[in-house]
Design a protein around this ligand. Structure first.
Ligand code: URA
Length: 273
């Protein structure tokens, strides 16, 4: 291949988002068998909307199946997460977890930002390039829009706590795989238990369907309240799903609905429990 052809090929790869060199030699993933899917509980009929609260319909969520994915070193994310007794221990456990290959391609662990004592906890999808560089969630262009969205309802990083489903950037900002989500979910669920917020906000479809264990996309999930049940099952937390700011940047026509959701969150925050 001539040098200018190689350069053109590299430019094309960067343009389609393949901007990380993961290995010297290409891996033929078709040569591997898919690991068996983790056992799922017997299907139950979807619980109907039951409670009216603050003018919005509240839908109890299905309990997410425990994702006890074994890690390479033998200790699963679920075991590590359950052993963490506070946020600092959880961050150390995530940092030490070797079961997720994304750890090897990311520059930094992106654990959380904001105030862990806040009433509101936001959960996004995964770090992007800027987050990976700085080790903080939502600090790139979409994070700046998220900050502006929060400011419209009187929130900032002193009054909110922010994390992601995945603590490491997927190369080229690709969508997280189902296996990566299942592997990291026990950490996020434990994170929620340790922070124990009054309200949860799931930012974007990936976070919403992972945390609520529901197959619908964000168009269906946004705009109503859910009861998120904690891992121990002892507690429920009001949860709302909102559009991801990256989606709003691409589809500004959806900002009207995004504003409605923000107003619902604000009105829940000013309503005493
Ligand atoms: N998108 C996310 O979902 N999370 C981030 O931290 C940044 C962008």
């Amino acid at each position: 291949m001539r040098p200018e052809e190689a350069l053109a090929l590299l430019r094309w790869q960067v343009a389609i988002g393949a901007d990380e060199a993961i290995d010297d030699v290409a891996i033929d993933r078709t040569a591997f068998e898919e690991p068996p899917a983790p056992p799922r509980p017997a299907p139950t009929s979807r619980a109907p909307a039951t409670v009216a609260h603050g003018g919005a319909t509240v839908i109890p969520v299905r309990r997410a199946p425990p994702a006890a994915m074994p890690a390479a070193g033998g200790v699963s994310s679920a075991e590590l997460a359950a052993a963490a007794q506070d946020i600092a221990q959880l961050e150390a456990a995530v940092g030490a977890f070797e079961g997720c290959a994304l750890r090897g391609t990311a520059t930094n662990l992106v654990f959380a930002d904001g105030n862990p004592q806040a009433e509101v906890m936001l959960i996004g999808e995964a770090p992007g390039a800027e987050e990976d560089r700085l080790g903080k969630p939502f600090v790139g262009v979409s994070g700046q829009l998220l900050d502006r969205m929060l400011a419209t309802i009187g929130l900032d990083r002193k009054k909110a706590y922010i994390t992601n489903i995945l603590p490491w950037r997927p190369p080229g900002n690709r969508k997280p795989t189902a296996a990566e989500i299942a592997m990291c979910l026990p950490f996020v669920r434990r994170h929620v238990e340790l922070v124990d917020p009054r309200l949860l906000i799931f930012v974007g479809g990936t976070a919403a369907s992972a945390m609520l264990d529901r197959p619908e996309g964000i168009m269906k999930l946004r705009g109503r309240w859910y009861q998120y049940r904690t891992e121990a099952g002892s507690k429920t937390i009001d949860a709302m799903c909102i559009f991801h700011p990256a989606f709003l940047l691409r589809s500004p026509g959806q900002k009207r609905d995004a504003w409605r959701d923000l107003l619902a969150i604000r009105s829940r925050l000013v309503t005493p429990d």
